[in-house]
Design a binder for this molecule. Structure first.
Ligand SMILES: Cc1cc2nc3c(=O)[nH]c(=O)nc-3n(C[C@H](O)[C@H](O)[C@H](O)COP(=O)(O)OP(=O)(O)OC[C@H]3O[C@@H](n4cnc5c(N)ncnc54)[C@H](O)[C@@H]3O)c2cc1C
Length: 459
């Protein structure tokens, strides 16, 4: 034990919000040391495991995080899972630690664990083989170890993607892009192999509400124009003339409507052999099939504006059936509770005041687990800074700590998590992945297996 040690903060989760929080803590006037813990061997959260591989520029934000990791006072510990044990005593070697143990060792704990699961549709047939959540599909093509074994059904010509946001667009693009366009990316090898055999040529993207309520960002939408051989279709009745001129709509929405109207009224290239089609005002009500997905039943909706001004989709009773062998549900990510921390089931987030967890002194949240799955990567910076302001103010008020030293805490983590991957271990993994990528003309070739991570990290 030491009574003069610097402030010691644990950040749980090494995605964007964890890294922005760590950087802000290291920038502070106080002497703060930061341990970033992650259940995976690899840092960067959804930048590695979510952002589409054909968006390497966006993924390159990881270079900023690598700079933070190189700063004095920063330590990374991968293969450390926090809070998933529900009060059971932890044995050495279990790979898990819980929040009470973190609070014994750290002066403050910031949870930046993101949204690890997905909202359900709650309709019959949702669990038929061939119906998958985007969190699984996205994780699969990005080489997330939890989802590597997915085996999506890619044997039908048309896939249906349920959802009208950027994740739905990513999924649709990844399904119809010619595999040769992905060979220079960090798409996981198992996904490249499966996509090379895929029969999917058409993706139907369905949104519950109208074209004006879709959550796509214009850049992602317009990017579809750049894909050679891709026909993009929309229904002219769903994007009528003049819709994009409505000045009461946000600028981004109007730009989206312009793009959709153009696609609705222009004949696509007759040579195009792939297709993404948009269909709005449709909600899935049933997924049908004998022992796998064969078709999806969509309710046809109309829009109604409530007293609160919110535009709602209302079922007209009309139904439409679309034959397909693959349904990808992209209706929103959702946070998971951390045992012992309060949790709001309705929003899938941890209740907090500006990042300070309600009723839990010295515990904080940042990123998607704090505000829900919305915004772009940069949104997490401001969000993490708000949280860190409170952490620093609280640390400045704390009595000098007699909690364990940095060395003791590392020893304890290593005992508990024998497969622990530290910063030097991650750098070996990174060098190996990038080295293989150099040979193949790709940013990196991802390692997937836990044993391989451990082997490389200790090499
Ligand atoms: C499919 C998809 C594509 C996206 N594409 C873009 C894009 O192109 N551009 C853009 O700006 N934004 C994009 N985003 C949004 C962006 O990825 C998020 O804003 C951002 O990743 C949220 O950061 P976070 O740190 O809160 O969560 P995450 O990035 O999810 O990081 C959470 C981390 O916590 C770890 N963790 C979770 N539970 C535990 C636990 N119990 N113990 C220890 N560690 C744990 C996880 O392993 C993970 O590393 C995309 C999101 C998705 C889902």
């Amino acid at each position: 034990m030491s009574s003069t040690r610097p402030h010691h903060v644990a950040v749980v989760g090494s995605g964007p919000s964890g890294f922005y929080a760590a950087a802000a803590l290291l920038d502070a006037d106080l002497d703060v040391r930061v341990d970033v813990l992650d259940r995976l061997a690899t840092p960067w959260g959804l930048v590695r495991g979510g952002v589409a591989p054909d968006h390497p520029k966006i993924k390159s934000v990881s270079a900023q995080y690598a700079k933070t990791a190189a700063r004095d006072g920063f330590r990374f510990f991968g293969h450390v899972e926090v809070g998933a044990c529900d009060g059971e005593a932890h044995e050495p070697g279990c790979g898990r630690v819980d929040r009470a143990e973190l609070l014994e060792r750290y002066d403050a704990v910031i949870y930046a664990v993101g949204s690890q699961t997905e909202r359900r549709l709650d309709i019959p047939g949702e669990d038929l083989p061939g119906s998958i959540a985007s969190v699984d599909f996205v994780g699969w093509y990005n080489g997330h170890p939890d989802h590597a074994g997915l085996e999506p059904a890619l044997d039908s010509e048309r896939a249906v993607v349920v959802g009208a946001g950027n994740v739905a667009l990513d999924v649709a693009r990844m399904l119809v892009l010619p595999v040769d366009d992905l060979r220079a990316t960090d798409t996981a090898d198992h996904a490249l192999e499966a996509l090379a055999r895929s029969s999917v040529r058409k993706a139907l993207v369905c949104g519950r509400r109208g074209a004006a309520q879709a959550a796509f960002t214009t850049t992602e939408l317009r990017e579809l124009d750049k894909i050679t051989g891709l026909a993009v279709r929309a229904d002219p009745e769903q994007v009528p003339e003049g819709m994009a001129d409505d000045e009461s709509l946000a600028k981004g929405t109007r730009r989206n409507l312009e793009a959709l109207r153009r696609w609705a009224t222009t004949e696509p290239d007759p040579q195009a052999d792939r297709e993404i089609a948009f269909r709005f005002l449709r909600s899935p009500v049933e997924i049908r099939g004998e022992d796998r997905v064969e078709e999806i039943v969509l309710a046809v909706n109309r829009l109604e504006t409530g007293d609160d001004g919110r535009v709602r989709a209302v079922d007209t009773g009309e139904r439409e059936t679309v034959p397909t062998g693959l349904v990808v549900r992209a209706v929103g990510y959702r946070g998971l509770p951390l045992s012992g921390l309060p949790f709001d089931e309705a929003t899938g987030t941890v209740p907090h005041a500006e990042g300070c967890v309600e009723g839990c002194a010295r515990e904080y949240v940042a990123g998607w687990i704090k505000r829900g799955p919305s915004g772009i990567i940069g949104t997490n910076k401001k969000d993490a800074h708000e949280t860190v302001r409170h952490v620093l103010a609280d640390l400045a008020e704390q009595e000098p700590s007699d909690r364990p030293s940095l060395e003791d805490t590392e020893k304890w983590l290593r005992e508990r998590c024998p497969e622990l991957v530290d910063q030097a271990g991650w750098e070996s993994i990174d060098a190996h992945e990038c080295g293989r990528g150099d040979t193949d003309g790709r940013p990196r070739v991802k390692v997937i297996e836990r044993e391989e991570f451990v082997r490389l990290a200790s090499a």
